[in-house]
Design a binder for this molecule. Sequence first.
Ligand code: GA4
Length: 328
Amino acid sequence: MDQIPLMRCPKANNVGHAAIPCVDLSAPGAAAAVADACRSVGFFRAINHGVRAAITDALEAHAMAFFALPAQDKLDMSGAARPLGYGSKTIGSNGDVGWLEYLFLSVSSNSVEISSLPPSLRAALEAYTAAVRELSGRVLELIAEGLGVDRGLLRGLVVGREEGSDELLRVNHYPPCPLRPPGECGVTGFGEHTDPQIISVLRSNCTAGLQIKLRDGRWVPVSPTRKPSSSTSETRCRLQMHICMQVLTNGRLRSVKHRVVAPEAGAHSRLSVIYFGGPAPSQRIAPLPEVMREGEQSLYREFTWGEYKRAAYKTRLADHRLSAFELR
Ligand code: GA4
């Protein structure tokens, strides 16, 4: 516990709900709304996203059953996270720690890589990945449309490539933390960071804990949404998207900083599942000519996704990972 930094909670200006856009993905104005949300916050809740509740419920139930197993069984089934596998309290390999345990998997090739997971969990992960991959593709099309570029341009970087894209799935379990820090502090579940991929789709079990940093510097909690009384074809919880296309859009869409505070003693465990959609390792990353104005200078030097990822894995969570690639 001594190694897990106590996290300072945001002050009283609890504007979370108002500040975080909610986009109806089935509405006629969805492309403009998604692009607006990406420009202003870099994060939005999505409704009418088409991921069925049965799929998310099954994954949640099987993941909870997995995390309830003895630690040694979890390690035997998935191997210790290096970085993929089962991890507990350590994040990455550069000293970051948090009050959580997790499964971190590569899901690029249509099947979940870790073959010794319980078959029911594996099937639930595969079904969820297929649904969220499809959703990510649709959202990337909407963003492209909202940016006024070819509809398939962004989708093609992540979904349905011949040379495999780099898709990851992370299932994070935050049990209630027995430590009660003084004042308005919580315990760090997952420390402040930005996601490096192109798109992240997050689903949580309707528990609090996630916070995002607005452009004006305020940290705001992403309040959990209530479950509707009747179960519909949608997930009961809304899905949330992080959009990380800073370089492709030459700074127009910026990755949002976010972090998770662990649940307090007596509260429910938080379970979140994050799909990270990244391009193929050889994909060249540079501002898309289609988004640049005439005479606009690139803010970044060109790199490949593989190069960036190798550099990212040498950093700490809170580091500004793009600085090595910035031109000014
Ligand atoms: C942050 C975003 C994603 O959770 C992640 C993380 C990754 C990991 O957990 O292995 C990293 C972190 C993340 C960036 C810096 C390195 C690598 C932990 C860490 C300290 C899965 C990702 O892609 O980058």
